[in-house]
Design a protein around this ligand. Structure first.
Ligand SMILES: Cc1cc2nc3c(=O)[nH]c(=O)nc-3n(C[C@H](O)[C@H](O)[C@H](O)COP(=O)(O)OP(=O)(O)OC[C@H]3O[C@@H](n4cnc5c(N)ncnc54)[C@H](O)[C@@H]3O)c2cc1C
Length: 402
């Protein structure tokens, strides 16, 4: 049924009355009055231009269902595993086996043990008091040894003076894990509590929405009790370096997850979108891009699962010797892979891939923000160099010749 006052359409066996909505339709009223749409089954045309969530948002406009028919379109249930091939790693996909994931770990009991150990850990892990890691300064990013934030030892503990830049979460943080230079020139790691002398100012970056809380932090004669020094008696630089392996692991895992989400979006879009009368997926060049995306993400996945297994098996000392280089090279590989995948995704989505709303909004967001992983936790070029320098060091001590 369709005229200026009454506009019904069918989408996936469901009947919608758009009469009250037509004048608000972002794509204009005229398209709804198109004889191929108005009063017709518009399922195919609808999904060429809309994400399935639009149907949920306007569920109130549904007035009925075609007798004897069942809706066929399945949209993703938040939190559920994806049924799209390669959207999940094999260890989460039915029918596959894993050499690594065999046991169910009881994370809650592990956390429980940690929580009992230390008040700050309890506050941070329970989410009561957010914490952040403050290493980078305007003066020193890649060159950690060059940091200038000063820690002066006193009878009562430490006094901290200095600044930190681009600290994620700092706007909301109650605790700051701060890398400082002692008067001896050694690096010390102090947990500074927000209070007198601590100030945070927001920094806007391409990546940080207001939720990331990225900030410039200033410490002016901030008193820190001696028990807030991490790893007292051990070189602070080693503590930072040990943390880097884990930080890079987390960033890499997130990067891999991001690539899978983008692949999933692209596969759905390539089968949904029609150009020149055929689905995009019928174009060989599009299939090549999808194949390259899968190859990249699966190579990252296999490498990270291997490294994760080594991390669970090696001592801290062994990890420092054998894994720092591997982890650096993997992070570099993963972030370069994600950039290639973002560029391919923009090509697959066309104009929508660089538009902040609508079908391609995740692609646009990904493409705009993904470089944080290529810089944070160690820039790609720095990590590549670190990985090779470590390999050369190990090789040089082996006396092997060609
Ligand atoms: C949004 C955001 C969030 C961040 N969050 C945090 C945080 O929570 N905590 C924290 O401590 N830091 C954080 N950082 C800082 C981040 O870790 C640093 O930006 C990063 O380590 C690089 O340091 P830099 O920006 O000072 O670059 P620089 O050290 O000035 O280097 C600039 C570029 O030069 C090149 N370069 C430098 N040295 C070498 C080398 N030896 N070989 C080859 N190339 C080299 C690299 O390409 C590098 O990207 C964040 C940064 C951003 C942008």
């Amino acid at each position: 049924m369709a005229n200026q006052d009454t506009q019904w359409i069918i989408i996936d066996s469901r009947v919608f009355d758009l009469s009250s909505f037509a004048s608000l339709h972002p794509g204009g009223q005229a398209v709804l009055l198109d004889p191929e749409i108005a009063g017709q089954d518009a399922t195919e045309r609808f999904f060429e231009l809309h994400r399935s969530e639009v149907l949920h948002r306007y569920a109130r406009l549904q007035i009925g269902i075609i007798e004897g028919e069942e809706p066929q379109i399945k949209s993703h249930v938040p939190g559920a595993l994806s049924a799209v091939p390669y959207a999940e790693p094999t260890w989460l996909s039915p029918g596959y086996h894993s050499p690594y994931y065999k046991e169910v770990f009881h994370l809650s009991s592990i956390l429980q043990n940690l929580l009992c150990e230390n008040k700050i850990v309890e506050d941070a892990l329970s989410g009561k008091k957010p914490i952040c890691l403050a290493v980078t300064e305007a003066f020193a990013g890649s060159d950690v040894q060059g940091l200038r934030c000063k820690a002066t030892r006193t009878k009562e503990g430490w006094i901290v003076n200095g600044t930190k830049k681009w600290i994620t979460n700092a706007m909301w943080a109650h605790y700051f894990v701060v890398a400082c230079k002692a008067e001896s020139g050694e690096i010390v790691i102090l947990v500074v509590e927000r209070g007198e002398g601590v100030q945070t100012k927001p920094i806007r970056t391409a990546y940080s929405s207001s939720s990331a809380g990225t900030a410039f932090v200033t410490f002016d004669s901030v008193r820190v009790p001696p028990e807030n020094q991490l790893g007292a008696g051990h070189p602070g630089l080693n503590i930072i370096l040990a943390n880097f392996n884990h930080e890079r692991w987390v960033l890499t895992a997130a990067t891999i997850g991001g690539q899978r989400l983008i692949f999933e979006e692209c596969l759905k879009w390539a089968t949904q979108r029609k150009v020149f009368g055929k689905p995009l997926s019928s174009q060989p060049v599009i299939r090549q891009k999808l194949a390259a995306m899968i190859s990249r993400v699966e190579s990252c996945q296999s490498w990270i699962e291997n490294i994760t297994f080594q991390m669970c098996t090696m001592s801290a000392k062994e990890q420092a010797r054998h894994l720092a280089g591997q982890m650096s090279l993997l992070k570099m590989h993963a972030t370069r892979a994600s950039q290639a995948t973002a560029a391919d995704a923009v090509q697959i989505f066309g104009g929508r891939g660089i538009t902040q709303t609508g079908m391609g909004r995740f692609i646009e967001h990904y493409h705009r923000t993904l470089l944080i992983d290529a810089v944070g936790g160690g820039a790609e070029d720095v990590l590549a160099d670190l990985g090779i320098r470590q390999a050369i060091r190990i090789f040089s001590s082996s006396s092997i010749v060609i």
